[in-house]
Design a binder for this molecule. Sequence first.
Ligand code: N2P
Length: 399
Amino acid sequence: MDRKNADAMFEDFLAGRLDRRSFVTRLLALGASATTTAALLEACSGGTTETPKPADGGGGDGDEHAKAKGKGKHKADGDGENVLPETKELSIYNWSDYIAEDVVPEFEKETGIKVTYNTYESNEEMMAKLQVGAGGYDLVVPTGYIVTVLAAQDLLFPLRKKKLTNWANLHPMFLNPSFDPDNKYSVPWLWGTTGIAYRADKVKAPPDSWAVFHDTQYKNKMTQMDDQRDVIGSWLKFRGKSLNSTDKAELDQAKADALQSKALLKAYVSAPVKGQLVSGDVWIAQLWNGDTMQAKAENEQIAYALPKEGAGLWTDSLVIPKSAPNIRNALAFMDFCMRPEIATKIADFTGYGSPNAKATPETPIAYPTDEEMKRLEIQKDLGEALQIWDQIWTEIKAG
Ligand code: N2P
């Protein structure tokens, strides 16, 4: 999608210079996927269309704000930075099923802060809201490559590490990631893989290849995720290519493979497929390891496989949008979740790996074996090529 044009269109739409219908038509014409467009509309209609005012001037270190406002009157905030306002609220926007149930209530009880908690099903859904300034969120949980994109768009608030007293609990392996050097903006939340969940009691053999989504015997019993990076990425892997490919011919082949499989799929659906796996409406689903383990807790017949051609490996992280109204509380929640017992609860409930070295989860987690690890690839920002991916995804969805 042509981002400059798209940005100009958002402005026209928000300012009422472009009606809803023309906005949608033009956005699709620019190559935005239907999912992105729907998410944008939802974002525009929900809540305020104004960019929430940054609580801390929005600047990297808040200095400009201090100068503009108080000319030295601002008190220092422990490390020479200006004071973050004290509020009693916190708004969290996280993936569905991605926290333990009692973490938020415990935080509220301990701090007296009232938490608003909303969920999303894809990075695109979350980004669409942030990019139009809707939501007033204090914390969101993007996948690694999305942290890079949001930082490049100047949408993130740099962490104040001095407020993160439990930082040392994080495993060094998850620190200083290439998607966010020096963890300028992000605190690792959970990590996992994107593979195949299946019903061991229904399939003839455990699926060991993305080719299973071309297998006609499973027509209408299979789903792939509602996520362009995961779907197109899986077909690229199937052909031995990188899931970050920007090569037009490789992407055309991935599109052809996706369309061939689409005829056999019940739907493109991400986390909500768990219920259908449990009930047996779906036997084979592209899914993440942790969500698969959550479904397995309800039905023992559910298993997880990483295809032989390779699959995706990712880390999701907590970040604070620059527009966050409650930055102090966002930092407090980050720190709270880095406590060993809280990190343990989160890993136990979600079935995902914790980046916290002191977490001691007891529920089974489908960690990749060393051998599988060699076949995993990390998603990267696609840069300009995202336009081609957006276009292909729109065609797959429409096809
Ligand atoms: C949410 C799992 C999200 C993982 N249930 C995506 N990286």
